[in-house]
Design a protein around this ligand. Structure first.
Ligand SMILES: C[S@@+](CC[C@H](N)C(=O)[O-])C[C@H]1O[C@@H](n2cnc3c(N)ncnc32)[C@H](O)[C@@H]1O
Length: 211
């Protein structure tokens, strides 16, 4: 499968940021992972049945321990350095995962390929999230499911504008936008929202959508 297409400037900058932080990524996230993320990942994946599954933005492979038994999982990421970590993790868990460097905004899969498509903490980084989400809808089977775990902008006075102000600095340091309106972006992408669960007040959402 061809995995290289020319990247626009913003996407290349995102790739460079994640290539840069890949060696430290797991250490940087150690506390949040232990205190909350791993439980949310377990919860999300407990709802994904075995089948043909796509994980978008696999990162260092933190979801891998939760992959459903018997699933055929394909995983993609924009960053080769993040993928290197994921490629090391998979065999240590006894998993055989097909992995590709690929841009979520331009997936190189046929329409209606996957039973389930999952992304965790990815659409804060994708430069054009609506285009990326459209692509998720395109490659998901019409009766398939899309599951997203995402931190979002808190739409409240003071905190919302504060997140907007801090966002450019956080993007430059970490690659992630802290003020994305991902539930609204899912709707803008033409996906049908089945359910939105609030996992940490207004900050983190578990979104279930369908094409
Ligand atoms: C914050 S990390 C999350 C990694 C992993 N999903 C997790 O839960 O730990 C965001 C990941 O999304 C990837 N990413 C960002 N933009 C992307 C794009 N356009 N296409 C594919 N992957 C992308 C980054 O390279 C990075 O690995």
């Amino acid at each position: 499968m061809p995995t290289t297409v020319e990247l626009d400037r913003d996407t290349a900058a995102t790739q460079a940021r994640y290539d840069r932080i890949a060696p430290f990524y797991d250490a940087m996230e150690w506390f949040t992972e232990r205190s909350a993320f791993q439980d949310w990942r377990r919860e999300l994946w407990s709802r994904v049945p075995a089948g043909r599954v796509l994980e978008v933005g696999v990162g260092t492979g933190k979801n891998m321990p939760h992959y459903p038994e018997g699933a055929h999982v394909t995983a993609i990421d924009l960053s080769d350095r993040m993928l290197e970590q994921a490629r090391r993790r998979a065999p240590s868990l006894g998993l055989d995962v097909e992995m590709h460097r690929m841009d979520a905004q331009e997936l190189l899969f046929e329409d209606d390929t996957f039973d389930a498509v999952i992304a965790t903490f990815v659409f804060c980084s994708v430069p054009d999230p609506v285009q990326g989400l459209r692509e998720l809808g395109r490659v998901t089977k019409s009766d398939g499911d899309i599951w997203l775990l995402e931190h979002v902008r808190i739409n409240k006075p003071v905190i919302g504008p504060l997140m907007d102000t801090l966002n450019p600095v956080v993007v430059r340091m970490m690659g992630a936008n802290i003020n994305r309106q991902t539930v609204e972006n899912v709707q803008r992408a033409g996906l049908r929202i089945v359910d939105v669960e609030h996992l940490s007040g207004e900050l983190v959402k578990l979104i279930h959508a369908r094409p």
